[in-house]
Ligand binder design. Structure first.
Ligand code: NCD
Length: 305
């Protein structure tokens, strides 16, 4: 594997392989000195045209734990502000000699485009509404950690599906690993066409909750909405928010997930996010090990772990 651009193009075995590789890096992360020399002499950089807390820091932590050199780059403090094009920016970074570029951009397809301009690996860290593959991998890993596997599970993905690259990558990953996925959202927050999505759809969260092993909440992505797609956030919460009383509809073992950043009080009640069955911080923790596995797989120097 040279690049990681999306989950759609991977098969179940490739996803499984990355999750198994992640086990070794979880072990590394638990060591007193959580660092291995695997990517010594390799350079990783990032090109984030959209805001990020978790994904950006998580890739940085992953690269450092693999002993890669990291070139820190912030679009907002770069010549992009002087009008430099994406291509010129990428070619400038390429000329410095980097082995991997982690790309986040508001437009779908940009990471794929970048592969034509560089000799190293490209990792998609979120492109528009399209895909966010490392998020899906860390979600699968977290489910496996808590529920023993993904195969045969019933998973509800709830909320702003229309604008969510996480929903797309997760729907592919969960179904490729054998889960049944139900999207739960008002019609206005679903994509115009679900052709090709391997999922069921429901508009009734209360009916779905008792049936599922995992409820995966998505952030209301207000920055991507050009029109009012819900009458009001209060009304949205009343029908689709995971409130404290709705949690009681879940089975005993069911877990609650969210990719972050959370709008507490909108898609998830503040106290629900803190319940033991909410595994949001495990998702973040596993994100580092998953990204170590991805970097190692793409840049693997053949060195020891
Ligand atoms: C997500 C993203 O940016 O796609 N966040 C993340 O990477 N964990 C989801 C979101 O912004 O709602």
């Amino acid at each position: 594997m040279k690049h990681l651009l999306g989950i759609e193009e991977l098969d179940g075995d490739e996803i499984d392989h990355l999750l198994t590789l992640t086990d070794s890096f979880v072990e590394v992360s638990r060591r007193r000195m959580p660092k291995v020399p695997a990517l010594q002499g390799r350079t990783v950089t990032w090109l984030f045209y959209e805001d990020s807390t978790r994904t950006r820091l998580s890739f940085e932590q992953a690269a450092k734990r693999l002993s890669a050199d990291t070139l820190s780059f912030s679009v907002s403090a770069s010549s992009v502000n002087k009008g430099e094009s994406l291509r010129d920016t990428v070619e400038t970074i390429e000329a410095m000699g980097v082995d991997a570029i982690v790309v986040r951009h508001r437009s779908a397809g940009v990471p794929h485009q970048v592969t034509h301009w560089v000799s190293g690996s490209v990792i998609n860290a979120g492109d528009g509404w399209h895909e966010h593959p490392t998020q899906a991998l860390l979600d699968c890993y977290t489910i496996r950690e808590h529920l023993g596997g993904v195969d045969g599970l019933r998973i509800a993905v709830v909320g702003d599906i229309k604008h969510s690259r996480v929903a797309r990558s997760d729907a592919w990953a969960f179904t490729k690993l054998g889960a049944e996925v139900t999207l739960v959202a008002p019609p206005t927050l679903l994509p115009p066409s679900l052709d090709g999505w391997p999922v069921a759809v429901s508009h009734d969260l209360d009916a779905v909750l008792p049936e599922v092993d995992v409820v995966y909440l998505l952030r209301m992505q207000r920055e991507r909405m050009t029109e009012a797609l819900v009458p009001s956030l209060r009304e949205y919460t009343a029908r689709y928010g995971l409130t404290r009383s709705r949690v009681d509809l879940l089975g005993d073992k069911a877990i609650v997930m969210h990719p972050g950043p959370m709008n507490r009080g909108v898609e998830i009640a503040a106290d629900v996010a803190n319940l033991p069955r909410s595994v949001v911080t495990d998702q973040v923790r596993n994100g580092v090990a998953v990204r170590m596995a991805v970097l190692f797989e793409l840049l693997g120097s053949g060195g020891e772990l």
